[in-house]
Design a binder for this molecule. Structure first.
Ligand SMILES: C[S@@+](CC[C@H](N)C(=O)[O-])C[C@H]1O[C@@H](n2cnc3c(N)ncnc32)[C@H](O)[C@@H]1O
Length: 194
């Protein structure tokens, strides 16, 4: 994992000064589903665009990434914005997954470690929401990882989180007018049953 950390630290060092950008579509388009308060976690947050949105919405937000460089940049932005409710942590989530029953909201984007799925489900409180968006093997464009192992098979998010109640699922593959729509990725919003 030392190599993974080094690789990502290097990438974020090169991108120093770059803005985190917008939150991902799974969160932006379903922001109305968020609770008014509570505890949120973004896993493998990178520069933390989703975590910033969650904190701005009043959630106590943890943001974890293996890269201390990314976390340092996120914390600087959070300080500038006066977001005291956002806590970044450099953390290898495979070695230190989230503890059970701690979060009302968990967000994961562009990160796929299948062994983490059961920990994510366990980490949600009853009624808690998972927002997940990442790349699919079925695609029309060239974005995302070249290694197919880091891309979702058809319907895979539904399979990985089959114990949760699906609120939103979108995966358009190669159907219809491929110049439009939500392509190359899948998104899931799902709720832990009470
Ligand atoms: C493709 S980037 C996605 C970042 C962000 N979620 C986004 O969509 O912009 C993958 C992220 O996963 C992080 N990462 C990789 N392995 C990790 C691990 N074991 N624990 C925590 N973070 C990890 C990397 O540092 C990197 O920020």
């Amino acid at each position: 994992m030392q190599d993974v950390r080094k690789k990502w630290d290097g990438i974020y060092q090169e991108r120093a000064g770059q803005h985190a950008g917008d939150a991902d579509r799974v969160l932006r388009e379903n922001v109305h589903l968020l609770p008014r308060g509570g505890d949120a976690l973004e896993i493998a947050c990178g520069l933390g665009a989703n975590a910033l949105l969650l904190a701005e919405r009043g959630l106590h937000t943890h943001a974890w990434d293996i890269s201390s460089v990314a976390i340092g940049q996120l914390q600087a932005v959070a300080r500038e914005k006066g977001l005291g409710s956002l806590r970044g942590e450099a953390r290898d989530v495979m070695l230190h997954p989230p503890p059970p029953q701690c979060y009302d909201v968990i967000v994961v984007s562009h990160f796929l470690e299948r062994d983490l799925a059961s920990h994510i489900v366990a980490a949600l409180r009853e009624g808690g929401l998972l927002f997940y968006q990442t790349f699919t093997r079925t695609r029309v464009g060239g974005s995302g990882p070249r290694n197919e192992a880091f891309r979702l098979a058809d319907n895979e998010l539904l399979d990985l989180f089959s114990t949760l109640k699906v609120l939103v699922y979108r995966e358009e593959g190669t159907a219809g007018d491929i110049t439009r729509g939500f392509r190359d990725e899948a998104m899931l919003v799902a709720q832990k049953p009470s």
